[in-house]
Ligand binder design. Structure first.
Ligand code: GDD
Ligand code: MN
Length: 380
């Protein structure tokens, strides 16, 4: 008694959306009658038990599915994994909170199916659509984000930051290995990763207020957004994470000097002891800052912090030995100037620290997407 698979998959990333799930399912079922659909919730281990609720509902309805990710974060990477977990030829991404109008889905799907489009975007910016009652401040931030998006995007889109869109499977598979998967701007990530101009259409809708719960997008999303843009612009040449790692390293130098000055000059501690304590302090602040900024999506939490810190310090100590060794060799052995010798040692040390901690402290040297979903098995 085999049944054909779904033609249309709605991917819903969730973080503490328990009170919205049943309402969303009711609405999807009503809006999508006559369509062979499924819904894939991708939950990042929400403390409110969203994944448990979805599993219970999935036992009552085979169109409902759930992916529960452990120790991971991120709307974009969740959306990508949800899309990859479905076999449907047409895919949608939407919020769990009823802000996106599910009644637009059939029209979006029909537009894709009728042929010459790769992506159909639910847009909040067109004449007939509107921002509903979204606050003025939010609108201003959103406009600025839209402006920045224009810098990485050749396509002319009114609402490139939309989190509501449908996409043809072939288009996803074509770009999936190039996606940053950082932060929450999955549509922009997809469009900016395409090797040819994607064929687009925008359909307007009214952005509704959130049904229950509150937004998950805090101030850090702005930071992640910049990281994603940077990755799209320069990621081919130099990984954004490495840029961040180096910037954090620069703050470490400042921390080092302040601590050393305080201990050595102010308190009168022995220079060697001061230098050692300053080094340890700088390593610790570097570790914490990298944990919050550079590896936010793989952030180590309470129980994992000590082990992470130890591996970070161990890696940096080896890096320091390599740094000093190379600088000394260049300076004494090849008569390179002292500045060039020091610089070369520092670069080697930084690359070493970055490479080793990305694997041993934060889990994987690849992006959040590549690490878990897009990476083909059996290739190093
Ligand atoms: N799995 C997972 N992991 N889901 C997440 C995460 C995460 O780290 N962060 C947020 N989500 C889920 C939320 O539970 C929700 O279903 C959806 O992603 C969007 O998050 P909201 O918290 O509702 O975002 P918003 O409504 O403030 O932002 C909206 O506007 C943006 C454009 O300005 C959304 O529509 C975004 O998709 C859109 O890009
Ligand atoms: Mn929302």
């Amino acid at each position: 008694m085999s049944r054909p698979g779904p033609n249309f998959a709605v991917i819903v990333p969730t973080l503490n959306e328990r009170p919205n799930i049943e309402e969303l399912l009711r609405r999807l079922a009503a809006a999508l009658s006559g369509i062979r659909w499924e819904v894939v919730f991708v939950d990042d281990d929400s403390p409110d038990g969203t994944a448990d609720l979805v599993r219970a509902l999935a036992q009552l309805d085979h169109r409902v599915r759930v992916i529960q990710r452990i120790g991971r974060r991120g709307l974009a990477s969740a959306s990508i994994e949800g899309m990859l977990a479905s076999s449907a030829p047409y895919l949608a991404v939407m919020d769990a909170d009823m802000q996106h109008d599910e009644r637009l889905l059939p029209e979006m799907l029909a537009a894709l199916e009728s042929g010459d489009l790769d992506v159909v975007v639910g847009s909040r910016y067109m004449e007939r659509g509107s921002l509903g009652s979204a606050s003025a401040n939010r609108q201003r931030i959103s406009r600025f984000g839209t402006y920045l998006a224009g810098l990485v995007l050749s396509a002319d889109l009114k609402d490139p930051l939309s989190g509501f869109f449908v996409i043809r499977r072939e288009m996803l598979q074509e770009v999936v290995r190039r996606l940053s998967g950082i932060g929450f701007k999955i549509l922009l990530d997809i469009l900016a990763s395409a090797s040819r101009p994607p064929r687009l259409r925008e359909l307007p809708y009214t952005f509704r207020p959130r049904h229950a719960g509150e937004t998950k997008l805090d101030s850090v999303v702005a930071w992640e957004y910049l990281m994603m843009l940077l990755d799209k612009k320069a990621g081919r040449y130099i990984p954004v994470r490495f840029v961040l790692f180096v910037l954090v390293g620069a703050t470490g130098v400042a921390v080092h000097m302040i601590v050393l000055w305080t201990l050595f000059r102010l308190i009168g501690v022995d220079f060697g002891v001061g230098q050692a304590l300053a080094t340890l302090t700088a390593m610790t602040t570097n570790f914490l800052l990298n944990n919050v900024f550079t590896y936010r999506d793989r952030r180590l939490r309470k129980g994992q912090l000590l082990r992470g810190w130890l591996s970070f310090v161990a890696a940096c100590l080896v890096g320091a030995v390599a740094n000093v060794g190379i600088a000394t060799y260049l300076y004494a052995g090849t008569h390179a100037g002292w500045i060039w010798s020091a610089l070369a040692g520092t670069i080697v040390g930084a690359v070493w620290n970055y490479a080793v901690t990305s694997v041993y402290t934060w889990g994987s040297s690849r992006g959040p997407v590549a690490a878990s979903a897009a990476r083909p098995t059996g290739r190093g």
